[in-house]
Design a binder for this molecule. Structure first.
Ligand SMILES: [Ca+2]
Ligand SMILES: [Ca+2]
Length: 375
């Protein structure tokens, strides 16, 4: 490396370090190998490597509205993460619909806003692949989880080490019973595909493999609660290969602005923005823009957390996407012959308009709902 370039890199590293946002330790993929990158000199090396490093896709998290950033960051993503205001989480109010027996139904404002009816739990519905951190197999209440795969460790055990994936899965598929919470599509079969590691980082190769695997396993819906504000050609190609009868759902991003996030902004993917508790106001952390297709509850969402058997609140477009994926799962369960455009059209026709009349850049075609199920 010449001295001029070293100087430039040094300045870049210095500016990142002194900006108040410490560079996160993480994992990078290089030459097909996953390497650990702790804080310090190795992080500097990662920045120097530049094009040799496939950036990891961060999971979009969560309660503190902190967006996980990979080691290789740009000025714009740092700025975006700083704009997300820390905000106290108000005590949720009980919903006015005590129709469900589930223990925590009074905390499930999101499912109540969607007008979720009580449904049976028979595993006869659509297959919803959840590309995430995996599932807690020790949970007391189990959705209809089918055998999946772990593309982080390369084995057949997609058990999760953190609560992001389990939270997402419980939102989609928790059974309607006396225990825990009520999922949006309890008859859906959940295919856990572990593509994100315990640090909340998702190697692009794992995502690409996970997409192909989900299609081969017959997934009707693929939920992707991760993303980054930069283009990822490998993932774009893999998405383009997914057949039209598979509905792809992704979180719009937690940037709080109109910077496009990927994979949500790729063709054929439904991008889901997140709303506050009243359901008709966009969450301040939610990204928005012309590619938003639908809005869904994403603030203070109750679901599986921390360890098997426990529940808690999380916020983020990561939580909004599985609400929409659950709705898509219900549509596909009723109409397995519909392709993704037909499913999206039905979801648009039945959505609750919000914001500016008709389609807009904040709520897309509106807040998804399942009121139509009981009609
Ligand atoms: Ca339940
Ligand atoms: Ca609207």
């Amino acid at each position: 490396m010449n001295s001029q370039r070293m100087y430039a890199v040094g300045l870049l590293v210095a500016s990142l370090l002194f900006a108040g946002d410490p560079i996160e330790p993480g994992v990078l993929l290089r030459d097909g190998r996953i390497i650990e990158v702790p804080i310090g000199r190795e992080a500097e090396m990662a920045l120097v490597l530049g094009a040799d490093v496939l950036p990891l896709v961060p999971l979009l998290q969560e309660t503190e509205h902190r967006v996980y950033l990979p080691v290789v960051v740009t000025g714009s993503t740092q700025a975006a993460s700083r704009r997300i205001p820390p905000r106290p989480i108000p005590e949720p109010q009980p919903t006015s619909e005590p129709s469900h027996l589930d223990e925590h139904w009074d905390k499930q404002w999101g499912a109540a806003v969607l007008r979720l009816p009580v449904m049976d739990n028979e595993p006869t519905g659509a297959i919803v692949a959840v590309l995430d951190t995996g599932w807690f197999y020790g949970m007391d209440e189990q959705p209809n989880v089918v055998p999946g795969w772990d593309f982080v460790d390369g084995d057949g055990d997609p058990a999760s080490l953190i609560d992001h994936g389990p939270h997402v899965i419980s939102i989609i598929g928790a059974p309607h019973d006396a225990a825990g919470i009520a999922g949006i599509c309890p008859q859906c079969r959940i295919l856990p595909v572990r593509v994100c590691n315990a640090d909340g980082l998702c190697p692009q190769t794992a995502i690409v493999d996970g997409l192909r695997y989900a299609v081969l396993q017959g997934a009707d819906i693929i939920n992707m609660s991760f993303g980054a504000p930069w283009e990822m050609p490998y993932i774009e190609s893999a998405i383009a290969e997914v057949p039209d009868d598979v509905v792809l759902v992704a979180s719009a991003g937690n940037g709080g602005d109109s910077t496009p996030h990927y994979p949500a902004s790729y063709d054929g993917v439904l991008a889901i923005s997140a709303t506050w508790r009243d359901g008709m106001e966009l969450a301040s952390f939610s990204s928005y823009g012309p590619l938003v297709d639908f809005a869904a509850p994403g603030f203070c969402i109750f679901g599986a957390v921390e360890e098997p058997g426990r529940y808690g609140y999380k916020s983020g477009t990561s939580m909004a996407a599985p609400h929409a994926a659950g709705v898509a799962g219900l549509v596909k369960s009723l109409h397995p012959e519909w392709d993704r455009d037909e499913v999206a059209r039905f979801m648009a026709e039945t959505a609750t308009d919000a914001g500016a009349p008709g389609r807009d850049d904040r709520f897309g075609w509106g807040m998804v709902n399942v009121e139509w199920v009981s009609k």
